[in-house]
Design a protein around this ligand. Sequence first.
Ligand code: EPZ
Length: 428
Amino acid sequence: MDRVRIVGGKPLYGEIPISGAKNAGLPLMAASLLTNEAVHLVNLPHLADISSMAHLLRELGVKISMNGGTFQRESANRKLELDASNIVETTAPYDVVRKMRASVLVLGPLLAREHAARVSLPGGCAIGTRPVDLHLKAMEQLGAKIELTEGYIEASAPGGLVGNHVVFPSVTVGGTENVLMAAVLASGETVISNAAREPEVTDLAHCLTAMGAKIEGIGTDTLRIQGVERLQGVEHAVLPDRIETGSYAVAAAITGGDLLLRGARMNLIEATVDLLSRAGISFTEETDGVRVTRTDGRVRGVDLMTEPFPGFPTDMQAQFMALMSIADGASMVTETIFENRFMHVPELSRMGADINVHGASAIIRGVPALSGAPVMATDLRASVSLVLAGLAAEGETIVNRVYHLDRGYERLEEKLARCGAEIHRLAD
Ligand code: EPZ
């Protein structure tokens, strides 16, 4: 099981290219099921989750190729070609879904296009039980018959889906994306109230519109969709990854360095910029990205509460906590989205962080320095928070189970090493 070794204490200087967003690429790939014409996606990151989604789509009958077979190193040069003209299967099997929960995003498109879907229930993961009940209730409101048998969602809509008013009781990114993709081919009008406003949802809505979908209210919490008969093909560039951007912004902040995040967009990271600016980090928009450095040498403790977009993203909470562990003063971090997203706390504590968890909140009291230690990655964002802590810590840190990292960070060691980090992978 691969491990990453870091020797910390080195400020990072240089440039980091930001890849396309994993959490936009996954629903966009699922959206290829909605048309029998070619869908080309540019700027997709080369990640385990993207490969898992490609594997699933191939099992359903989608023909997939990347740049005609020649691998491109930079994601900006990559073009994934998907052809769903001949869907041969409507089952997303357990062994695929258990590895990548976002597989549930094929439910809406399969129901819309094939009027049937058999998708394994995703099960929970390290950060929470992560049910899909809101997805299923919404599909029923669109006329689907849903049964749960032997761990599978059996969904059918023999006469096709029918538009309706779907009100989400709480914000769900995947639920909004699934219903959006189901509604674009439903007959009649669908209104989604309390829709997620994450940029990845907006990116999907723009791509669907380019395919001929009729969607109003894009970017707001109320989406109004007029169903159409069919969608055509499209070429769509995936937006830059705002969580990767925020993670490397913390790398600059926690090491006291200065990084240009090439391809980053300020309008995608406003809540992160606002909070980190109050902690003493400066962000400067430049022609080809965003520059990040400390304003006056120190990092100040500030409080954080995670919220749906445009609030501070839960996917940045672990990274922020690593930074707060070496700040002047205290910080209270409250996680409102997932019920178990503090798995990084005991590992950061092994490195000398002073953190006390009380239910959904954690109090972090900054310490002068962390010390390197062997630590265990538990989930994608916890693993990168341990890498960030290792970059700042005195001495050697070994992060175990780094397969979590490969799900969401493309060439992380290389990108950091090129900016002066002493980091490399230990293949066991
Ligand atoms: C997406 O997950 C992201 N994943 C997550 O990123 C992200 O943390 C999350 O949105 C919140 O922003 C992808 O986009 C592939 P939700 P998703 O449905 O759609 C509860 C990462 O690190 N809920 O918005 O699964 C759920 O349990 C990953 O890149 C229900 O109760 O998140 C959670 O507490 C981690 N019933 C909350 O809502 C449902 O039917 C938000 O979940 C659906 C969700």
